[in-house]
Design a protein around this ligand. Sequence first.
Ligand SMILES: Nc1ncnc2c1ncn2[C@@H]1O[C@H](COP(=O)(O)OP(=O)(O)OP(=O)(O)O)[C@@H](O)[C@H]1O
Ligand SMILES: [Mg+2]
Length: 346
Amino acid sequence: MKLYKLSPRNVALIDTLFITLVFIAAYIIISLIWFDLTTEPLLISLPFVFVANFFIIRYSFNHIIFDRIKLIYKVIGRFPNPKEKKKKSVNPLETIQEVVYQWSEDKNKEIKELKRMAAYRREFLGNVSHELKTPIFNIQGYVSTLLDGGLEDDKINRKFLAKTEKSIERLINIVNDLESISKLESGEVKLKANVFNLYELVEEVVDFLEMKAKKSNTKITIKPKLPVPFIVKANKEAIREVLINLVDNAIKYGDKHNNIVKIKLYDMDEKILTEVTDNGVGISQEYLPRIFERFFRTDRGRSRDQGGSGLGLAIVKHIIEAHRQTITARSNIGEGTTFSFTLQKV
Ligand SMILES: Nc1ncnc2c1ncn2[C@@H]1O[C@H](COP(=O)(O)OP(=O)(O)OP(=O)(O)O)[C@@H](O)[C@H]1O
Ligand SMILES: [Mg+2]
């Protein structure tokens, strides 16, 4: 029987039996020699003495020694293997040091993560207030001008009211986007999966953005050219939002004079891969890893001119990840950008 394979409870039991037998032996010797007892009463009393001894010793093992054995067992993980001992001796102190070192390493990591989250939260709150402030101050400016006599001036009253309406629209968009993000992040919204033809959805999105594309000299193509069923299992409305965001970006940040947006669908083994490519300004390698962060914009001026707040891609990433799928971006400055995402095929 190998001791190192025994559990602490069994070790305690064997020790109890051993000590009990020692006590019994002592009892027999003392009874025979010291008290000069005959064997008969001795034999009768033996079982009682054995049982009593056993339970008394067992009790003390359970409550005093067994707990200690358990602690040592916990620290070194197991009883040392005598064969291993020859190769490398296990020093319990070193093991305790290792455990404490590992614990402090884990705690350090947790503290770093908490600090990073706190900085992220601060930056996020700063961004939210900054984004909200801009349209609010604009509205305040327009309303003041109108109240200070602008209302009677036919040249500016309609113009300023229209501007106010745009700023309110912008505020609503930001608040809606923030709401979508926080719902997705908290897992509050459960995206129900539908089975649908992705090709048809792409066509619907292209139709929806047709006017905007025309205004910005953008030509949108879909490949394959002929409608082929690309049946996927995903939340249709959420994927519509993904496509609108990506195609909208490709129009906004595309080449100003001759922008070509290509949407390509690929049938992979178990997935459908969708790519949205433009030939616009591109994104530098430095900014590419941050592109899906909330409020991140490579060119704040240009993005704001386009009515953007830098939340679109953050929402897109959340949606794709909620489907347990991936989205990536590749780009070269001045050449264009491609966003690719996968969806589960049926
Ligand atoms: N196709 C693209 N080409 C070049 N830059 C892009 C492209 N798509 C996104 N970007 C950059 O990434 C930033 C973040 O995009 P995102 O869609 O999140 O925000 P937005 O378009 O500025 O605003 P929103 O989508 O919230 O209206 C953009 O501001 C832009 O700088
Ligand atoms: Mg966008």
